[in-house]
Design a protein around this ligand. Structure first.
Ligand code: ADP
Ligand code: GN1
Ligand code: MG
Length: 349
């Protein structure tokens, strides 16, 4: 990565430092500090265009969503902006074919991979609730479906079955228990898939990647911004609530291998729920509300089968640090699901 990439964007000052930042599994992210400044002014990202093939439409989604949040969000949270490239586009394609984009940096912000306290969970709940509520009246046309069927359980199960049949990395024999676990739960999980898009479980605009590290906090623990908008597109509120619980109410990281540490913290769960419902409650149908407490299990299940399918395919989707990383993530989500199965009553509301 060199400074020429940054010179392709509409910024006047000279770059001083380019530092890798974040723990995402898809894109490469850098904090950019300008000469004469002590803290970063921009965030540069190399977009994984194998996963996001239509960069034009992806960028248009982010542009529309951020404008709407800025104009209609009552200033409750800061909204990062895409910086135009010199040619006016919202991204720059470098000579080697990669796509890059530049965001304004939210100053004095911090991100976490686990919630440090109930207060952080409540703040994250409120911020993601604000996000879905504010985008609920985004103008037509609907946002572009960046990754078709992204959270479709039916599709994810089919992909797992295909990966198992093809067994291209010859790993199927090593994950029999994991396959049994996930495949034995598929019909129960699929019950909800059929309701998606009906009047009682309507499509809204959702974030679709509501991990805690996609919320920025101030030094005093206030949520100040929602970031990582690649997957903002039509979805149901359960995607955002459920996916958030996986990391925001979790006792351990998504790839923790000491499985005795993995589980749901019901206090963090309650705190997140209170924050989220405080923003969203008046908008929810009774059926949406009924299915919300079930959604964390469904989202952990979806993530688990995606990790397992990627393991079977030989790790061609998520970044991995070693060859067992994906199967470890899949096992971790299994333990999380089992813990939530035990805590169904406490999680209901
Ligand atoms: P990834 O898709 O790899 O998760 P993110 O967009 O979430 O990438 O960015 C990775 C990390 O970079 C975030 O967790 C956060 O720490 C930091 N970051 C991203 N965007 C901003 C921003 N606009 N302002 C401040 N920090 C940011
Ligand atoms: C990916 O790269 P990151 O961490 O923002 C993935 C999410 C998964 C997540 C699992 C486009 O997000 O769906 O939940 O990893 N994003 C995409 O940690 O597949
Ligand atoms: Mg992220």
């Amino acid at each position: 990565m060199n400074k020429h990439i940054i010179e392709s964007f509409n910024i006047k000052e000279e770059t001083d430092k380019i530092q890798p930042i974040g723990s995402g599994h898809i894109n490469d992210t850098y904090a950019i500090t300008l000469k004469g400044h002590v803290s970063p002014s921009y965030i540069l990202q190399r977009i994984n265009h194998n996963i996001f093939p239509n960069i034009e439409k992806l960028s248009d989604n982010i542009y529309r969503a951020t404008n709407h949040l800025e104009e209609n969000g009552n200033g409750q949270y800061q909204v990062m902006k895409l910086v135009n490239a010199i040619d006016g586009k919202l991204y720059h394609q470098s000579a080697d074919g990669y796509y890059w984009r530049l965001f304004t940096h939210i100053p004095n912000s911090f991100s976490f991979d686990l919630a440090p306290s109930n207060n952080f969970a409540a703040e994250a709940g409120k911020a993601f609730g604000w996000f879905v509520r504010t985008l609920s009246d985004l103008n037509e046309p609907p946002l572009y479906e960046v990754i078709p069927g992204f959270h479709s359980l039916g599709l994810r199960i089919t992909q797992l079955q295909l990966a198992l049949e093809e067994n291209i990395a010859d790993r199927a024999k090593g994950c029999k228990q994991e396959l049994d676990f996930y495949l034995s739960r598929c019909s129960e999980m699929l019950e909800f898939d059929d309701l998606i898009g009906t009047p009682e479980i309507p499509l809204r605009v959702t974030h679709n990647d509501t991990k805690i590290n996609n919320v920025l906090f101030s030094s005093s623990g206030k949520a100040i911004s929602i970031i990582d908008l690649d997957t903002v597109m039509p979805g149901v509120v359960h995607y955002d609530f459920g996916d958030a619980i996986r990391t925001i109410a979790a006792n351990a990281l998504e790839d923790e291998t000491r499985l005795e540490l993995v589980g749901i913290n019901t206090e963090l769960y309650k705190a997140f729920t209170e924050g989220f419902l405080g923003e969203m409650n008046s908008l929810l149908t009774s059926k949406e509300r009924y299915y919300l407490p079930k959604s964390p299990r469904m989202m952990a299940y979806i993530m688990g089968i995606r990790f397992l399918a990627d393991y079977l395919r030989g790790d061609n989707y998520y970044k991995v640090k070693h060859s067992d990383h994906n199967i470890q993530r899949a096992r971790n989500q299994m333990v999380l699901i089992m813990d939530m199965e035990k805590k169904v009553k406490v999680m209901n509301f």
